[in-house]
Structure formats: C-alpha cells, structure tokens
Design a protein around this ligand. Structure first.
Ligand code: C5P
Length: 401
C-alpha cells in the first residue's frame, strides 16, 4: 500500500527560486495518490504563478488570509483541520524564522499555527544564509518541536555560489514523506531490486536478450513496499508499470544495470537481484545493420559484469539475495551459487516447464541460505513475492540486527 494514497496534504510554497520545482513536486505527489492543496506566500507568487500550481494540482490555489471569497469556500481554519500533513517546499530562511517564532501574518504561517497535522519543511536558500547561526538555531528549535527538516542538499546555487542550501529534488521529497507514514518491519530500510531482461546490442536493429517478463521482480518490489521499505527498482525493458511508490530506474544493457545498481548500493540495506541479466554481450557492436552476405556468421561474445557477485563481494555488502533460474539440478546449482557468490540467500526456480517461470503468471520457488532451505510450491508470482519477502525479512533481521 502506497503511504501517500488519499493523504490530504497542504503544500506550502514560499519565496525562493526553488519554487520553480514545486510544480513538478505537486505532480509527483499526485502520482502517489496524494490530495494536494497549494498555499503560496506573496513572495512565492513572484517566482511561480498561482495559475501554474492550479493547473498541476487541479485545485484552487490559496494565497490570501483575509479574502472574503476564499474564507467562504474553505477558510484557513477549515484548511488547517482538513490537512493530514503539511509540507513547505521550498521553505525560505524568512519562513523558517516565522515558523520558529509562531508568527501568523499570512495564510501559510497562520495555517501552520492552526493545524495539528505534522509539518515538514524543505529549506532552500543561499548557502551563507543556511549556515547563519540564527538559521541553524531556528532549525534546531523547530526540530525540538517535532517538525521534520528535509535537506537541504549541496550543489551549485542559483546565486552562483556552491554549497549546502539547495532544496531536495521533488522525488527525494516524495520519498521522505513516504518514509514519514511508513510502517512495517522494513520501515526506514532501503531495498534495491533488479528485474526484467537486459538487451545486448549486436547492431542498430538486433540484440541478444531473454524471455524474462519482469513480473517476479515487480511483484517483489510491491511486496517490499507493503512491508514499509523504500524501494528502488532497476528494470530492464519490460511492458509493466512499476507499483506506485516505487522508484523505477529504467536501464537497457547489463552494463547500464551494473552502473545503476552501483549508484544506489552504498545506501541499500537489502539487494534482491531478480533480473535475468545477459551473461554475454557482443565484443563489438556494429554501427550499421549487418548484411547476410555469408552462409555463417560468428559473433564474438564477452562476459558482462556479474552485478550480484560484485555487490555480494563489496567490503560492506547489503543483505544480498540472488535468483537462479535453472532447467535441471536446481538444488545443486543453487547451493554452489550461494557459496561462490557469497550470498545471504538464493531463490531458485525451474524454467522451461509449462505454466511456471519466464513469461508466466505463476512460479514455484526453492529458497536456500546457509544452514536452511524452504520450498514454496506453485502459486501466483504476487503471492510468492509476499511469502518470499517474509522469509527475507526474517533472515535479514536475524543476520543484520
Ligand atoms: O550465475 P547466474 O547468472 O545464474 O546467477 C543468477 C543471479 O545472478 C540472478 O540473481 C541475476 O540477477 C544475477 N546476475 C547478475 N549479473 C549478471 C548475471 C547474473 O546480477 N551478469
């Protein structure tokens, strides 16, 4: 279950150049099913128009405190009561100060005083302003009162300086908010999943790939989300939509998948490699379509990087789960992979059997870990994914706590 679905949310926008990102933020929040009402300060309207926010939110934008018409429709107290969560993004240094001292001289600051909903703020300002002792003091006081400060992050700033003060990206803010509402044994944990096939180009029109549909990996991503995890799904080309709330990274080749995984792995708690990664790729990719001039054509292939083995052999690897799709000797191959790739767990399934495995709705799994194993008989991939997740969580909590 996506934690932002049907959440009643006030997005407060204050006067900062990062306000241009707020339109995208509204879109991202709505994608997650949140019901977003935008409240802007007067300064915010100088950076982005209320019309833009009205278009992306599909709702009237609230700006004025003492507006007879607005108060007749949904007054400030009503709006404050309606909200289940308040996010102020971007939050300027001035607004941080206002919040700290409890001022109520405009609609947004008044709402913040009047609401009992949890408030999160995403500061955005010049790095010197962020570092100013009074700003830091204000943040500390707000945190002591239970407000969440999301970011800021570092990087180049609109003012030409470089440093801490950039607002978090809309997608990062969405993830932070999801974390706030998550519950379940994987709350606060990051799960990285690979899924689907990869494609290894031979020439501009041909590639080597396999019959993986991605269904198992996508079902596992949904199951991990339901257990409270923050899920990133690195997916090869498939015709599935990711479960809402999952951060999907689309990749094409094994090399792309390797690079995407390595980007996210440092902050990953559990890595589940479900993808059917191509083991070989053409040494050279023809820049033009190959012609059928000869009776025989030989392709020179080389190994792709073994993503799973690379992750499992990192100095501080996450809890690592591999998959093994085999046509025979399932248990033997699975045991040998568990040991040689130094995995925490391996999930084996038979392929080449009518009705289960690649391209099927169903599967049957044999799960092995050091000192134990369990069989999950034929079921839908969704049901199996939920059962598998429970087993992973039990082993993860045992090994990593
Ligand atoms: O050794 P084998 O390819 O059978 O191992 C399968 C497991 O390794 C799967 O979990 C798959 O996602 C992963 N794998 C990988 N990178 C590769 C090949 C396989 O991560 N290049």
């Amino acid at each position: 279950m996506n934690t932002l679905t049907h959440k009643k949310m006030i997005l407060g926008i204050t006067g900062s150049i990062a306000a241009y990102k707020s339109a995208d933020l509204v879109r991202r929040l709505r994608e997650q099913g949140a019901d977003v009402r935008v409240v802007m300060t007067a300064a915010a309207t100088k950076f982005i128009t209320p019309l833009t926010l009205q278009a992306v939110s599909g709702q009237r934008v609230h700006i004025h405190l003492l507006d007879v018409h607005a108060e007749a429709a949904m007054g400030h107290i009503e709006l404050a009561r309606w909200a289940e969560v308040v996010l102020i993004a971007p939050c300027s240094a001035d607004f941080l100060a206002k919040l700290t001292y409890g001022q109520a001289d405009d609609l947004l600051s008044t709402l913040c005083l009047a609401t009992t909903a949890p408030i999160s703020v995403a500061p955005a300002m010049n790095q010197q302003m962020w570092q100013a002792p009074i700003t830091q003091e204000n943040c500390q006081r707000l945190q002591q009162r239970g407000l969440k400060i999301l970011g800021p992050t570092s990087g180049s700033q609109a003012c030409g300086e470089t440093g801490i003060g950039r607002m978090l990206d809309p997608l990062e803010l969405v993830h932070c908010l999801q974390d706030l509402f998550q519950s379940g044994p994987l709350q606060g944990k990051k799960v990285l999943i690979t899924a689907g096939p990869t494609r290894e180009d031979i020439d501009p029109v041909r590639f080597i790939s396999n019959r993986s549909s991605g269904r198992m990996g996508y079902a596992i991503a949904e199951a991990a989300l339901a257990q409270g995890a923050q899920v990133t799904l690195v997916s090869g080309p498939v015709s599935l939509s990711p479960p809402s709330g999952v951060h999907k990274v689309s990749v094409y080749s094994a090399q792309d998948m390797y690079e995407a995984v390595m980007t996210y792995i440092p902050t990953t708690d559990i890595f589940i490699a479900v993808a059917a990664v191509a083991d070989y790729r053409p040494v050279q990719q023809a820049t033009q379509k190959l012609k059928k001039n000869e009776a025989h054509l030989q392709l020179n292939l080389e190994r792709t990087p073994d993503i799973l083995a690379t992750v499992a052999n990192l100095p501080t690897p996450p809890f690592t789960v591999g998959f093994a799709a085999e046509t025979h000797h399932l248990a033997d191959y699975a045991h040998s992979k568990l040991k040689h790739k130094k995995l925490d767990m391996i999930v084996a399934n038979l392929v080449g059997i009518e009705g289960i495995g690649f391209e099927s709705e169903d599967n049957a799994l044999s799960i092995f870990w050091n000192g134990g194993s369990i069989e999950l008989p034929r079921k839908s991939k969704k049901e199996l994914a939920n059962q598998l997740l429970e087993i992973i969580i039990e082993r993860f909590l045992r090994v990593c706590s």
